[in-house]
Design a protein. Structure first.
Length: 356
């Protein structure tokens, strides 16, 4: 009898312990039972700095923060679909989450002409961040993607700058250059007398080495360096052509809504946090990378003079006007940009930067 009592007591104790473990770690138990598999493809080749610093980091964070419940298989540019088809792949649910260029879906979502960066729009990433987050531009973009069944989040905001085989030392030197570009910047560079042409990231290096193009933009210094452009291009040009959310995340809304509510919250909060971290990180690494490529690869930084910059800005206004005509949303967004420049917002911009 005593032995049976001891055995029963042991079983009860064991049951209590198992119950407490399950109660204390529900996420772990759920993760073991219901691992959700997603696919992610980016427009970044595996060699791109953003593939490492954005895509790989985000995949790991989401897995860690969901206790392994959200398991994302990552693919580089063109692995599953061509980069320009990422919008359609996410819309149809073929790929649950994609990182794409905001310049690519400009036909489906005209507002992308503003999101991808009107030429000569801002001087710093934090001005651009203020426009997105404090003036309501991100809310407009979210509403523009909703009819396509897509949830939107910008990866970061950062400058787009040209790396060149031939130097541009004055405004007139753009004429005749063959430049790899995309979206509204391709339109703008062509308006300056260059021949802008769209090439996916995976084809740019070969185009530079073979002479198909004389220069290209892929982000700013970090992007050009990570893509190997400075093996061929020995000139880097400033000012930036624009500062923008050139890279964006799109998530199929049905896939998002199929996630448990707490996992949806984790995904959205992680993307928002990621935006601020990557914006700050990219800015900090730019000058370090520039110093490195100047020393190790003999890159010359060319900064155009004030008179030439004013010519670039004046030419940009025609592009702004054309974009404003594309849709009511575009007209509103262009006016918001002009309103930004109509008053001194340096204090608000600095406060935003200090808060993040």
């Amino acid at each position: 009898m005593t032995g049976k009592i001891r055995l029963s007591g042991a079983l009860i104790t064991l049951a209590i312990c198992l119950t407490l473990v399950a109660w204390a770690a529900p996420g772990a138990a759920l993760a073991a039972d219901k691992v959700i598999k997603w696919k992610m493809q980016t427009h970044w080749p595996a060699s791109s700095s953003s593939y490492t610093d954005s895509a790989q980091v985000l995949v790991k964070k989401l897995k860690d923060r969901t206790g392994g419940q959200l398991d994302i298989e990552l693919f580089p540019a063109d692995a599953l679909v061509p980069s320009k088809e990422l919008f359609n792949a996410a819309k149809r649910g073929m790929i649950q989450i994609v990182a794409t260029s905001s310049a690519y879906p400009r036909d489906q979502v005209p507002l992308m002409d503003v999101a991808s960066g009107l030429p000569m729009n801002f001087k710093t990433p934090w001005e651009c961040a203020y426009y997105h987050k404090s003036m309501g531009f991100d809310d407009m973009v979210q509403q523009a993607f909703a009819p396509h069944g897509l949830y939107y989040s910008p990866d970061k905001v950062y400058p787009t700058e040209l790396s060149l085989k031939k130097p541009v030392r004055k405004f007139e030197d753009f004429k005749g250059l063959k430049l790899r570009s995309s979206g509204i910047l391709q339109v703008y560079l062509t308006s300056l007398g260059a021949a802008g042409m769209m090439l996916p990231g995976s084809e740019i290096y070969a185009a530079l080495t073979s002479g198909v193009v004389d220069g290209a933009h892929w982000g700013a210094v970090q992007g050009s360096d990570s893509m190997g452009f400075y093996e061929v291009n020995k000139f880097h040009l400033r000012p930036a052509l624009n500062v923008a959310s050139t890279d964006i995340w799109l998530i199929n809304i049905k896939a998002m809504e199929a996630l448990p509510a707490d996992v949806q919250t984790i995904v959205k909060n992680t993307l928002d946090e990621h935006f601020w971290l990557r914006t700050k990180e990219y800015e900090q690494l730019e000058e370090k990378t520039l110093a490195k490529v100047q020393k190790e690869k003999g890159v010359e930084l060319i900064t155009l003079g004030e008179a030439d910059v004013k010519k670039m800005e004046a030419a940009a206004q025609a592009t702004w006007d054309d974009v404003a005509k594309r849709s009511p949303d575009c007209a509103k967004a262009v006016q918001m940009l002009r309103d930004f420049h109509a008053k001194d917002r340096s204090e608000e911009v600095q406060n935003l930067k200090a808060a993040h």
